[in-house]
Design a protein around this ligand. Structure first.
Ligand code: ADP
Ligand code: ASP
Ligand code: MG
Length: 412
């Protein structure tokens, strides 16, 4: 029988009792004869605690040392889970990222997996061991410990599944699948049986943290069968699939939101045509990615220019803004971090018109101002005040009939 990779997130391994529950579950699966590779996150809240600790000592932690600290969270759970299995007479061994040579490249705190040496893992499986691997971490060409960015254990699991040619990569978490919206925001949200990789990449990168977007990209690229399931209850979960034709006839598969945006407005700019380029070039050169871009109103001889970046990139941006301000003689720079991005995603958007206008209608009717709108084939994103984000998710979820009681995602 083939190998299955199972990943258990923070809430699934939150305390010794939860870890014992996971061990029982794993033993049941092992009895079906599969080779098992388990990937674990740190206990829930632990990564935040470690980051906080780092920030108490260094305001902007050095990326190499940051990774050295935060990677310890997963190493605690890997050993505890192996112990819980051993305690139940199930052969198991745990490994940190460097021990199974999860090779990474790029920034130490946002590293990307480039290669995994599967020899050791396969040898241990052949010996009858359940292999438990610390998620979220790897090792670079200098043998330094690296981490993969928040939520990165999902990516570890998918990368292992790809390298081991696993039958399935199962992401066990505290919800029983992917929902039409975050069930914490919309109690009426509905679990979907299947979602395409394209939709899931959009949902994950636009705020649905149930899967890390890099994990979904990786799974799509290597065609890894990926399923989201609950650790705490039985069920089929949600399958992330390449096959668009097998989908329910929904236009919209999900609504999501992100608070991770900051809007920068530069006021009193000259109206010459090279202005956008002169602003964006140094920002790009500093490796800061700009998301939305807005040309605001012209006033006399000047105009305003706004754009959004993610909150993590703000300190880097603030380092170079004074230069841009001086060079372009900008009269004022406004930084607004009370905004958020609301997105609606679905492959059905390709073939249906009228969705954007309905989004406007629903939001404007409630007096919610839309600052910007960006569309692609399968998504519509709008920028609104952060305080209205959750309300707006609920309004759109209801407006597009995505709830449990109703036909999936049909527009009247
Ligand atoms: P883990 O610690 O297991 O990795 P996460 O907290 O990262 O779990 O992700 C699971 C959470 O994702 C859920 O508790 C849920 O609140 C949130 N979530 C956001 N959007 C969605 C969605 N569309 N479907 C399911 N869960 C979602
Ligand atoms: N522990 C890490 C985090 O909280 C990685 C993960 O759980 O996926 O971001
Ligand atoms: Mg997660």
């Amino acid at each position: 029988m083939g190998i299955i990779v199972q990943k258990f997130g923070g809430t699934s391994v939150a305390n010794p009792q939860c870890i014992e529950n996971v061990a029982e579950k794993v033993i049941n699966t092992k009895q079906q004869g599969h080779g098992l590779v388990l990937v674990v996150s740190a206990m829930s809240g632990e990564t935040d605690r470690l980051i906080n600790l780092a920030k108490q000592v260094q305001l902007q932690p050095n990326p190499r040392e940051y990774s050295a600290i935060v990677a310890t969270g997963e190493q605690v759970t890997m050993a505890l889970l192996a112990m819980a299995l051993l305690q139940r007479n199930c052969q198991a061994k745990s490994f940190a990222g460097y021990q199974v040579k999860i090779r990474t490249e790029g920034a130490p705190d946002h590293a990307r997996i480039k290669h995994i040496d599967t020899d050791r893992i396969l040898t241990e499986i052949k010996k009858g061991n359940v292999v438990v691997i610390a998620g979220f971490q790897g090792v670079d060409e200098n043998n330094d410990i690296t981490t993969l960015g928040r939520g990165g254990s999902d990516t570890t699991a998918v990368a292992l599944a790809a390298a081991l040619n696993a039958i399935e990569c199962q992401i066990f978490t505290d919800v029983d699948g992917v929902y039409t919206a975050d069930p914490r925001i919309v109690p009426d949200a509905r679990r979907v049986d299947k979602v395409t990789f394209a939709e899931m990449i959009e949902l994950a990168s636009l705020g649905a943290k149930v899967l890390q977007h890099r994990a979904v990209e990786f799974a799509g690229k290597y065609n890894v069968p990926l399923r989201v399931l609950s650790t705490f209850e039985e069920g089929p979960g949600t399958l992330v699939t390449l096959n668009e034709n097998s989908m329910e006839q929904a236009i919209i598969s999900g609504i999501t939101c992100s608070r991770n945006e900051v809007k920068i407005t530069l006021k009193g700019l000259p109206t010459t045509s090279d202005v956008s380029y002169r602003i964006l070039k140094p920002i790009g050169a500093a490796d800061i990615s700009v998301d939305m871009i807005m040309h605001n109103g012209y006033q006399d001889e000047t105009r305003d220019f706004s754009f959004t970046v993610s909150k993590e990139q703000l300190p880097k941006l603030q380092d170079i803004l004074p230069n841009i301000k001086e060079e372009l003689r900008i009269s004022e720079v406004q930084v607004n971090d009370n905004i958020g991005k609301l997105s609606i995603v679905g492959i059905g958007l390709k073939s249906h018109s009228g969705v954007a206008s309905k989004v406007f209608e629903i939001l404007v009717e409630k007096g919610i101002t839309i600052y910007n709108i960006v569309t692609s084939e399968i998504k519509i994103s709008v920028l609104i005040d952060e305080k209205y984000l959750e309300l707006a998710v609920r309004l759109l979820h209801e407006g597009f009939n995505l709830g449990k009681a109703i036909e999936p995602g049909l527009i009247e």
